[in-house]
Design a protein around this ligand. Structure first.
Ligand code: NA7
Length: 550
């Protein structure tokens, strides 16, 4: 195997320009789709824009990049040999380890011969007469396929914030989501990080350890939960290998696709106590006992806004206990957004970084960024002179990667236009009007609310079974019935309506708030991976109810 990002040269079988399946993307989803569908005897071609396989784990190679799901659970289940032979070293895997794992998978299952790297799919057009998709790439290829599987990822389109003067900066500009293989040396430099989502929070301690001075430009204070890190104990790894079947079963039977190791995420069920019935002393006693997780350890925090605000006060108390300077603690404290609105961030040494003399927070709630200058960042509060700016500003989530491709379905309808009026997909797997096009972890599926590996494996297997069904019954095309899709979208919206995800004061990338002009709708299915899988199984048992075959 090659080193990170440099796979050995392989012969790619460009072969025939007509295949059974085109898969777009070679991350977790695309690699498994290739393997699984190839095992069924289908011819598969994968196109991947990156220089290497790995998707998210290829692009996000910034210092500190790490998964927030335990490694033992953030791994493929489809091959027992693979899970027995692979050794995870860290409890929560770092980017480098996951990228190495995915390169191993590509080699072990001989996947590379069907993957065209550095090839971006520009358009996908359904030829109704032929019942085939025509896929065009930026390298000038045109391939026709019976099925098109979009394994394009949920967080794969970086956002370039529209900050005036961005290009005028004369120092080093970097982005976490497109971090170069060989980044310039930042040691001793004055560095500004913009953004305090997972990426900004993860890179902060790393940059703090090398910067002359680090300025963290914070628009919304992160709700970041210190989480366990470090090596996996050998006994834990050995036990996991012996019990993988049960670990996988529990994952699919859980809300978030993490079963056995839920405790590591602080996702265990809260105590049955209600914070609104507890005295201040009782609340503080819980902070003394449970630390950060005290804020969430009440049954009513996730369902009642007043209780949620009381939980947030305990969270702020933990910040005050961790950050020495009271003004800095106040600056790092979330305002009135609810716990559970934005995606939780897991962190190590994030708050502690602000106790270092070379780290400052620039609280943009007191005055926004006005522009980037040649020498730094001008905010309404003043100018900060910088040698480097790191953008940790996020992604056009869920729909961005699909809308970036010019997808035309039946009757020439374009996905971008269809979704401009409202995003719809049945089960997050297929879209009405786009026959034989499958989306892996698309909008309306649990996707980013659950362990992505479990979600992608489930979708790939569902798609494989659907194709088997079509082949055995002699069908040439499948697509959702409009009515069934509408009902599913209504169900997805209804579930989200009763959660903190859509509470007042909540803005998040789940809702598309971070992309100017994006329709505001909660995109993932919030009913739990377990319930979702049960629903998908019921659809199949009812003869693919809601799907139209011809
Ligand atoms: P996120 O979670 O979308 O975070 C982006 C951050 O950047 C967030 O704090 C934003 O503030 C901030 N942001 C974005 N644009 C600006 C501008 N123009 N000015 C100031 N601040 C800005 O992206 P990540 O890459 O950290 O994480 C994405 C997911 O990847 C994560 O949830 C994990 O699932 C893995 P805001 O909150 O919008 O006020």
């Amino acid at each position: 195997m090659g080193t990170m990002g440099e796979p050995d040269a392989v012969e790619v079988s460009i072969g025939d320009d007509s295949v059974d399946v085109v898969v777009v993307g070679a991350g977790f989803a695309g690699l498994y789709a290739l393997h699984h569908l190839r095992e069924k005897g289908l011819t598969v071609r994968v196109f991947e824009a990156g220089r290497g396989v790995g998707g998210t784990w290829f692009w996000n190679r910034y210092p500190g990049a790490r998964c927030d799901v335990p490694s033992i659970e953030y791994s493929y289940s489809f091959s027992d040999e693979l899970q027995q032979e692979w050794e995870w070293s860290d409890i929560m895997p770092a980017q480098e380890e996951i990228e190495r794992y995915l390169n191993h998978v590509a080699d072990r299952f001989d996947l590379r011969r069907d993957i065209m790297l550095e090839t971006r799919v520009m358009s996908a057009t359904y030829d109704e007469g032929q019942h085939r998709w025509l896929i065009d790439t930026d390298q000038g290829q045109r391939v026709s396929a019976t099925f098109c599987v979009m394994a394009t990822g949920c967080l794969s389109v970086p956002i370039t914030p529209n900050i005036a003067g961005r290009d005028s900066f004369e120092g080093i500009s970097l982005a976490t989501n497109t971090w170069p293989d060989e980044a310039p040396d930042l040691a001793g430099k004055r560095i500004g990080v913009i953004g305090t989502g997972s990426s900004g929070v993860q890179i902060t301690p790393e940059l703090a350890s090398i910067a002359g001075h680090l300025y963290v430009f914070q628009r919304s204070a992160a709700v970041a939960w210190p989480a366990p890190r470090g090596p996996i104990e050998p006994e834990v790894a050995a036990k996991a290998k012996a019990e993988y079947a049960e670990i996988r079963r529990l994952a699919r039977a859980s809300y978030g696709g993490v079963g056995r190791f839920q405790g590591l995420l602080g996702l265990s069920a809260p105590s049955p106590e209600r914070i609104l019935e507890a005295s201040l002393e009782e609340r503080m006693a819980k902070v003394d006992e449970k630390g950060w997780s005290a804020a969430r350890d009440w049954i009513d925090v996730s369902s009642d806004l007043e209780a949620n605000a009381a939980g947030m006060e305990l969270y702020r108390e933990m910040i005050r206990r961790t950050v020495h300077d009271p003004d800095v603690a106040e600056a790092l404290s979330p305002g009135d957004i609810p716990i559970g609105c934005k995606r939780p961030v897991f962190c190590v040494d994030y708050f502690e970084s602000f106790n270092l003399p070379n780290v400052s927070v620039v609280d943009l709630r007191k005055g926004a960024i006005e522009r980037v200058t040649a020498t730094g960042i001008q905010t309404e509060q003043g100018h900060v002179a910088l040698d480097a700016i790191v953008y940790a500003t996020g992604f056009d989530a869920m729909t961005g990667a699909l809308n970036r491709i010019d997808i035309s379905g039946r009757d020439g309808r374009r996905l971008r236009d269809v979704w401009a009026d409202g995003v719809g997909a049945l089960l997050g797997i297929q879209i009405a009007g786009f026959p034989n096009l499958f989306t892996i972890t698309g909008p309306g599926s649990p996707s980013v609310l659950a362990n992505m590996v479990v979600g992608t494996e489930h979708h790939v297997e569902w798609i494989g079974a659907c194709i088997d069904h079509m082949r055995s019954a002699g069908y040439t095309s499948v697509e959702p019935e409009e009515m069934a899709q509408e009902e599913w979208v209504t169900q997805v919206n209804g579930i989200a309506a009763n959660t903190m995800f859509t509470a007042p004061n909540c803005n998040s990338w789940y809702l598309g708030d971070n992309v100017p002009g994006k329709p505001r709708v909660f995109l993932p299915y919030a009913g739990g991976l377990n319930r979702y899988i049960e629903h998908c199984d019921a659809v199949v048992a009812a003869g693919y109810a809601g799907f139209d075959f011809s």
